[in-house]
Ligand binder design. Structure first.
Ligand SMILES: Nc1ncnc2c1ncn2[C@@H]1O[C@H](COP(=O)(O)OP(=O)(O)OP(=O)(O)O)[C@@H](O)[C@H]1O
Ligand SMILES: [Mg+2]
Length: 382
């Protein structure tokens, strides 16, 4: 790893308010991270033209861009309020550090742009968008994913988490594992994105307990109720994702009276000794039954109510990649967050205005993504 001085990269961008070129601290980086100018990103994205938009999340919109040398990038426009973000130096230093974290199954961060009040993140562009976009939601989407594809995606995500949790020192808890954060390259190789993003925000404590990054259904019960973030809360979210990849189901089915949550459905099938009925029908029986059942059991193990009963990601990788027999593994009832009450209680405890608008209330009750509403609440609280 070689040292680089951010001030050098700063020269590449247009002047930034109130600091000179020597202001950026020295940051360890392998040399691939760079600062972009706003103009460069504008011309890459056709002035952030709506036709270049590839997605939108709680932080803002994401655009496809083509750099001058022809490289495809994804530009994430951070539309959060500036005072909720770290200062320019910290922001760049943090990103440069994050960009050093490289793994085959992690989305690559190329650089950023900091100009006045603007903040942009520049990532490698992923041809097949996200697992949420390309796989979930339609039968046609799921039909593009054979069992081999699904195995490839599941193991890739498990490896990325194993790397972040157990190989990286100090380790990183992702906090927001969900189908939207699993990007797919041209070969459908999964790239986990948005790791470490929480650190870009100034107030990490309230970030954790108020935004409660994620989507209802992926949240580990202890994370939702107490904001407790551990590697095991990521394991929980991974378990939900794995159950989705195998079954093709949404994390929450708002139209159902009972067994609305995927973990409830799979648990009921497990208890009835009929896990095979959870296999995605569009797979058309083209899979090894033994392996399908093993993947579902690993998913159930990851979503155990008690965090200490959940496996480490190294164990998950081992179970998914070897012929390990899961027959005698004891699995107990999974935990899940049935509604937002527990989160609200936590927010009240720390004195934050949590009254959501009626529309936010109903969207969370139906299990829709609540990141944006929680996110704006946390901004309100500042
Ligand atoms: N590198 C990329 N290449 C291609 N598409 C991307 C890339 N990064 C993000 N996207 C698309 O943009 C969408 C928005 O991404 P973003 O990370 O801002 O929010 P999110 O993860 O979808 O949701 P949330 O903000 O709720 O966590 C993604 O769901 C995906 O469809
Ligand atoms: Mg994301």
């Amino acid at each position: 790893m070689k040292k680089f001085n951010c001030s050098f990269f700063h020269c590449l961008s247009a002047p930034v308010n109130d600091h000179n070129n020597n202001d950026f601290p020295e940051v360890e980086n392998d040399g691939n991270f760079r600062l972009f100018s706003c103009n460069e990103l504008k011309s890459a994205t056709g002035n952030f033209h709506s036709s270049a938009k590839v997605g939108e999340g709680g932080f803002g919109c994401v655009y496809k861009g083509v750099l001058r040398d022809g490289t495809l990038v994804a530009v994430k426009v951070l539309s959060v309020e500036l005072d909720s973000m770290r200062g320019e130096h910290e922001f760049v230093a943090e990103l440069a550090t994050l960009s050093n974290i490289k793994h085959e199954n992690l989305a690559g961060l190329r650089g950023c742009c900091v100009e006045g009040t603007h903040r942009y993140l520049v990532y490698d562009f992923m041809e097949n968008n996200s697992l949420h976009h390309t796989f979930l939601g339609s039968e046609q989407g799921r039909m593009r994913f054979s069992w081999e594809n699904r195995r490839h995606v599941s193991i890739g995500v498990a490896r990325a988490l194993f790397f972040l949790h157990e190989e990286l020192k100090p380790h990183i808890v992702h906090r927001d594992i969900k189908a939207k954060n699993i990007l797919l390259d041209g070969n459908f190789t999964p790239k986990v994105s948005d790791f470490g993003l929480a650190k870009l925000l100034r107030d990490e404590v309230s970030y954790v307990s108020t935004r409660v990054a994620g989507t209802l259904g992926y949240l580990a019960p202890e994370y939702a109720s107490s904001g407790q973030v551990t590697r095991k809360s990521d394991v929980y979210s991974f378990g939900v994702l794995l159950l989705q990849i195998v079954s093709g189901l949404a994390v929450v089915d708002p139209y159902q009276e009972t067994e609305r949550f995927i973990v409830e459905k799979v648990w009921a099938a497990y208890e009835a000794n009929d896990l095979l009925k959870m296999m995605d029908p569009v797979l058309n029986m083209k899979y090894s039954e033994e392996e399908g059942i093993k993947f579902l059991k690993v998913g159930l193990l990851c979503v155990q109510e008690k965090a200490k009963l959940r496996p480490l990601m190294s164990e998950v990788v081992e179970k998914l990649t070897t012929n390990m027999d899961m027959k005698d593994v004891h699995i107990t009832k999974p935990g899940f967050v049935a509604d937002l009450r527990t989160i609200r209680i936590r927010q009240q405890q720390i004195g934050i205005n949590t009254s959501p608008s009626p529309s936010q209330e109903s969207s969370s009750a139906t299990g829709a993504t609540f990141t944006s509403s929680i996110w704006s609440m946390s901004n309100l609280a500042r």
